[in-house]
Design a protein around this ligand. Structure first.
Ligand code: NAD
Length: 426
């Protein structure tokens, strides 16, 4: 494995370049290159076997220039503070790009949730909230689900927070179950947004989505919902990889069947029970990345497309469902090949857009229904793609901008710059 820049170092490189290319004062970089506040916590939890385990956690509050901090909480055994800071910076940019009245934040607990009993998981979730409670509130910092967390965990967290405050505070976390304070679109919003972005990009560059071949890496919340809607929009999902292995079928995989198998098995191991004719299976966790497809959706974790494998990627278009799936070196290799990469801060913004809509519903204790949310989500995503494409055309000819990532960063920084200027920070 070659030595590559860390995710944070790479984000900061792109940020610095975008501040220069966009003609913003250097002070903008100085402010945005550091989080406003970082909280490290320890969470003592009594395990089912009677032993006490102390888990490590963080909450990073990156920027409040545009509003309350907003960003998910990740439960994963390999989280570290540096990655959490990079993810929080990504949230600041993502929220700005989509025009939301939010700053950026991110939280994490170093834990493998698949190794916990339901009771242990609940105790870790409540313990984390007790630890970060002094720094969150529905107009201060609003966490949400991310890798390893889900709507049930959000409700435990709100319940704990509400006990601390002595009143119900549904707006302090988003991504709740639709039956209790959530928005019905939130569970599938990120994947839906990814599919809308892929459709709009395919319309522009490949004459439409109908019949195009798509590969999905990571069949969790984002990957499975992106697959579901891409398939509904007319694309053919030919390859899916996750930790148990890869499924490949040149005639198209049946997405609903795969989702049912995963649900029935209580996890992605269910994918390996898929047995439709013409399907081949391998134990590889990455074959989908190299499939001969038009569109690749990486939807698992960071750094999966890197210096060691970027040359094997055949897709014409990569729509980043995950945060940070492509490393800096991989992006260079893909750029030389002419691969179009639609960056995470635009492509996977559907989740936080619907989190925002859910939060607005919570603050007014009024829910407007699935159709209205979906319409608003779709409008924002389509508008984001249009702005990205038009700005890329403008900046690549006038300012030497090379990638869609730089373009998206410039658009995000522009709004942050104006806010910071108005507030007198610069
Ligand atoms: P998830 O936990 O539901 O799904 C992730 C999937 O990736 C799992 O099925 C896991 O088994 C698989 N995976 C993990 N490591 C892998 C590897 N090395 N190879 C193959 N598969 C692997 O998480 P999610 O919510 O779908 O999030 C996926 C990505 O999307 C993350 O980067 C997350 O930050 C980002 N994201 C999520 C949301 C959201 O609303 N859930 C919003 C924006 C961005």
């Amino acid at each position: 494995m070659g030595e590559e820049k860390s995710y944070l170092a790479w984000m900061l490189d792109v940020l610095k370049r975008s501040v220069e290319l966009g003609g913003f004062p250097e002070e903008v970089y100085h402010i945005l290159s550091k989080p406003e506040r970082v909280l490290a916590v320890s969470i003592p939890v009594r395990m089912d076997n009677g032993k006490l385990v102390v888990f490590e956690g963080y909450r990073v509050q990156h920027s409040s220039a545009l509003g309350p901090y907003k960003g998910g909480v990740r439960f994963h055994p390999e989280v570290d503070l540096e990655t959490d800071i990079a993810l929080a910076l990504g949230m600041t940019l993502k929220n700005s790009l989509s025009g939301l009245p939010y700053g950026g934040g991110k939280g994490a607990v170093k834990v493998d949730p698949t190794k916990l009993s339901p009771g242990e998981l609940e105790r870790v979730s409540r313990g984390y909230v007790r630890a970060i409670a002094p720094l969150i509130d529905d107009e201060l910092d609003i966490p949400a689900p991310d890798v390893g967390t889900n709507p049930q965990i959000m409700i435990w967290m709100i319940d704990e927070y509400s006990k601390i405050r002595g009143r119900n505070v549904p707006g302090v976390f988003t991504g709740k179950p639709p039956e209790l304070w959530g928005d019905p679109v939130r569970p599938y919003s990120t994947g839906y947004g990814v599919a809308v972005v892929a459709r709009e990009i395919a319309n522009r560059f490949l004459g439409g989505l109908e019949g195009l071949r798509v590969a999905i890496h990571g069949f969790g919340n984002v990957g499975s919902n992106a697959a579901r809607f891409l398939s509904k929009f007319g694309a053919k999902i030919v390859a899916v990889s996750d930790l148990p292995g890869t499924l490949y079928n040149p005639n198209g995989l049946d997405v609903e069947k795969m989702i049912q198998l995963v649900q029935r098995a209580g996890g992605v191991k269910g994918l390996m029970e898929y047995s439709e004719p013409g399907t081949s299976k391998t134990a590889s966790t990455e074959d989908a990345l190299y499939a001969d497809v038009d569109i690749l959706v990486p939807a698992s974790i960071e750094n999966v497309i890197n210096i060691n494998n970027a040359h094997k990627v055949k897709a014409k278009i990569i729509v980043e469902g995950a945060n940070g799936p492509t490393t800096a070196d991989a992006e260079k290799i893909l750029y030389e090949k002419g691969t179009i990469i639609i960056p995470d801060i635009l492509a996977n913004a559907g989740g936080v857009i619907v989190s925002y809509l859910e939060w607005v519903e919570n603050l007014q204790w009024f829910w407007w229904g699935e159709e209205e949310t979906l319409k608003r989500l779709e409008n924002i995503m389509i508008n984001n793609v249009k702005r990205l494409l038009a700005s890329y055309d403008k900046y690549s000819s006038s300012r030497g901008v090379k990638t869609y990532r730089e373009t998206a960063f410039i658009l995000a920084v522009e709004r942050l710059y104006r806010a910071m200027k108005l507030r007198g920070w610069i």
